[in-house]
Design a protein around this ligand. Structure first.
Ligand code: BTN
Length: 330
């Protein structure tokens, strides 16, 4: 944390006002320097009240997901937050940081993205200041073949965080969509850099529609937000802290026990079990009834000529195909 963030942290946890002198002592700088930090914080939307010969107290904080705003909500060991107001994609920034040696657990968050991306080359709708756009650098000691199952585990973590917030379980649509009331509330994108036997790093990208109130026309019938589901605005920083803690807990369990240990939970949360679907897979189109997932993360379908396994592709419920909603943007 930088000096301004440390001031916020101290003011937030102080039982009594903190004087400029005390803040200067803690930071090891002059009172004039403290005053400059306070002025910059006020400029950035922090309400900091100062009373002569009493000290400073903290009022409202801005709705932002920077290190200072997230600090009180981070519960696990992942605490290094790289925050930007705008990026092209948090995936790109996280990848650049990973290439430069960023440690496991580095969190990249932006308030908006100009080129947010989803799976299969789609764009991710990324308006400013209302949602969560986050990419996490992980360095799992695993072969690349294990990474697709980890993507399913991330879905479980998002569902855990949504459940903690709303008390309702989100549904998981294979491989990476998180749905509320049948509409997409979050998407997950995992990208990796690996040798044949060893992952160098995985970038786990998570986009959550937190406080979006209205979606563009082409998304309006297929997307939702936590706010729309809850019926009131959601505290983004608190939700993000909960999500990161859920993710870290799931990740540790995944490294210890593998996806197989969580497969029943994934299947219990699955959106399309028992439904007839079509899957656009790299090798062509297949259809069948969803049975579940395998320990390696493959989707299991009961097809007309027996059971099928799908390792990659896009699932459409037959209903979506009939109404021609195959070209999702999100
Ligand atoms: C999908 O459902 O297709 C995956 C969407 C992933 C979106 C997130 S937002 C944060 C991160 N940065 C990106 O550019 N994409 C991911």
């Amino acid at each position: 944390m930088g000096p301004a963030e440390r001031i916020v942290d101290w003011l937030r946890t102080a039982a009594t006002p903190l004087s400029g002198e005390e803040l200067a002592r803690r930071l090891g700088c002059s009172r004039a320097a403290v005053w400059k930090h306070i002025a910059a914080l006020r400029q950035g939307g922090y309400e900091i009240r100062g009373r002569p010969s009493v000290g400073y107290t903290l009022g409202t904080v801005p709705d932002r997901l920077g290190p200072a705003e997230l600090a009180p909500h981070l519960a696990g060991s992942w605490r290094h937050v790289e925050w930007r107001a705008v990026v092209d994609s948090t995936q790109n920034l996280a990848r650049d940081l990973a290439r430069d040696g960023a440690p496991e657990g580095t969190i990249v968050i932006a308030e908006s993205q100009t080129a947010g991306r989803g799976r299969l080359g789609r764009q991710w709708h990324s308006p400013a200041g209302c949602n969560l756009y986050c990419s996490l650098v992980l360095r799992p000691p695993l072969p690349p073949i294990a990474v697709p199952t980890f993507a399913l585990v991330v879905g479980l973590a998002v569902a855990d965080a949504v459940q903690a917030l709303l008390g309702a379980r989100a549904a998981l649509k294979w491989p990476n969509d998180v749905l509320l009331d049948g509409r997409k509330v979050a998407g997950i994108l995992t990208e990796l850099d690996a040798e044949i036997e060893r992952v160098r790093y995985v970038i786990v990208g998570i986009g959550v529609n937190v406080n979006t109130e209205a979606f563009p026309a082409d998304l309006a019938t297929r997307a939702t937000s936590l706010r729309l589901a809850a019926g009131h605005p959601v505290d983004r920083a608190r939700f993000t802290g909960g999500l990161l803690a859920a993710l870290e807990a799931r990740y540790r369990r995944f490294l210890a026990d593998g996806f197989a240990a969580m497969r029943p939970e994934w299947e219990a949360s699955a959106a399309l079990t028992g439904k007839e679907v079509r899957v656009t897979a790299p090798e062509g189109e297949v259809s069948g009834r969803v049975v579940g997932v395998d320990d390696d993360g493959a989707l299991r379908l009961a097809g007309p000529r027996g059971e099928l396994r799908v390792v990659a592709g896009e699932v459409h419920s037959t209903r979506d195909f009939v109404s021609g909603r195959g070209s999702e943007r999100e």
